[in-house]
Design a binder for this molecule. Structure first.
Ligand code: ADP
Ligand code: ASP
Ligand code: MG
Length: 407
């Protein structure tokens, strides 16, 4: 008998009908002769709504209380799904992250899973239950509930699949798998059959929210294949697996796999006199305040001035301003923020071996009349910061230019 972990995201449990559909799906999986563990996210936009509600009460609430609040969303889903499965005549039991033995580091809001002690889950499976676990939450050493970062239910599913030595880990969402670009934006985006862990990590880190990056990191570390599928169709999805395995299957892979983008970027530019230590000061202060810095560039020694630019997620703008205002007065620097930038990326293992890809990216953007404000690269990714109003055009032109559209 195989053990399958099935994860359903917020859009899959957004209302009573969808919850019933998910219940039917997990029962069918059990009836196929599997043991089934289900991980669920909070219904629909519940997590965003809870954040908005807390913002109305306190802008900087105690992190412990914020996690206590956010963890409630997933508890709505587990209990309702367990009820739906029961009504359909199958045994099901819901468990919070702590009840499922998911133990994490102390830091609230983005706790790291340290260990999973899944005895409770195994016992309930042995009693013939479908076990339904709340995603996104864990227990920290203080005995408090913590959350694992946005999109963290994917991580719960992957980590549980590793801990339970599951035969299969399936992540269900409202799209049929991983596409060459967000299928809601690029209408002729193509579903990818197989994608390597490294490409998926770059896709997820650059805005393809269909899988959370940290879940892909853990899957890669333990060699667990992830199957990304749709809750609402039976079609084949995407397998996220090792590059070697993909190479063995295909004689030649695509140069470029996908064009992810992120509209939620902001760019800070700090101009100051050339002063030793200012760069270290800026980034250590940002790190202390929990501001995640993405692309950085520095232009030094022009008229004895230094210009440091960097991008952050728009959610972090307020926190970054708090730090930079202090630095501006200490170093007599001027600070500007452009909240209307976006990032478009080109991801593909072919970038490693084909220098022309980089040149082609810039050529396509230039021919489309799109200015590039900043650039960053990795072995298999090229990212450009562009004006927010140009980003969708950039995605479409790059998608077409690299021949990714459906034939
Ligand atoms: P869930 O609520 O199930 O966790 P998410 O909303 O986190 O699902 O992720 C699914 C969404 O990811 C899709 O609705 C789609 O718009 C978006 N998405 C962005 N880029 C991609 C991509 N390259 N392939 C598939 N989906 C993508
Ligand atoms: N509900 C959480 C979020 O919206 C976790 C998840 O959906 O994976 O980020
Ligand atoms: Mg998600």
């Amino acid at each position: 008998m195989s053990l399958v972990v099935m994860k359903f995201g917020g859009s899959s449990v957004a209302d009573a009908n969808k919850i019933k559909q998910v219940a039917a799906k997990v029962i069918a999986k059990k009836n196929d002769g599997n043991k089934v563990v289900v991980v669920v996210s909070a219904p629909g936009d519940t997590t965003d709504d809870l954040i908005k509600m807390s913002d109305k009460i306190a802008l900087n609430p105690p992190a412990r209380e914020k996690d206590m609040l956010l963890a409630t969303g997933e508890m709505v889903s587990i209990s309702l799904l367990a009820m739906a499965v029961n009504v359909m005549g199958e045994k099901a039991v819901s468990m919070t992250g702590p009840q499922a033995g998911i133990l994490a580091s102390e830091n609230y809001g983005c706790a790291k899973i340290k260990k999973i002690v899944p005895h409770g889950v195994r016992d309930k499976l042995a009693e013939n239950n479908i076990v339904i676990v709340a995603g996104f939450q864990a227990l920290n050493p203080k005995g408090d509930i913590t959350t694992l970062g946005r999109g963290g239910s994917d991580l719960t599913a992957v980590a549980l699949a590793v801990a339970l030595e599951a035969d299969m880990c399936e992540i269900y969402s409202d799209v049929e798998g991983v596409y060459t670009a967000d299928p809601r934006v690029v209408k002729d985006a193509r579903k990818i059959d197989c994608i390597s862990y490294d490409e998926m990590l770059e896709m997820a880190g650059s805005g393809a929210q269909v899988l959370q990056s940290r879940s892909v990191e853990v899957a890669k570390k333990f060699g667990l294949e992830i199957h990304s599928r749709s809750t609402f169709s039976e079609n084949q999805g995407t397998v996220i697996t090792s590059e070697e395995k993909i190479r063995r299957k295909n004689m030649e892979s695509f140069l470029v796999s996908g064009i992810p983008f992120d509209k939620e970027q902001a760019k800070f530019s700090i101009t100051a006199s050339d002063t030793a230590g200012i760069v270290a000061k800026i980034f250590s202060q940002c790190a202390k305040a929990g501001v995640k810095v993405d692309i950085i560039s520095q232009l030094a020694g022009v008229d004895k001035k230094t210009v440091i630019s960097f991008t952050v997620n728009r959610q972090d703008v307020r926190k970054a301003w708090e730090q930079l205002n202090r630095i501006a007065s200490d170093y007599k620097a001027s600070v500007l923020c452009n909240e209307h930038v976006a990032k478009v990326s080109v991801v593909g293992t072919g970038i490693k071996t084909n220098a022309e890809v980089t040149a082609r990216v810039f050529e396509i953007l230039h021919k489309s009349g799109i200015d590039i404000e900043m650039i960053s690269t990795s072995e298999i990714r090229i990212s450009c910061i562009v004006n927010e109003r140009d980003v969708l055009k950039a995605v479409e032109e790059l998608h077409r230019g690299f021949g990714l559209s459906r034939q």
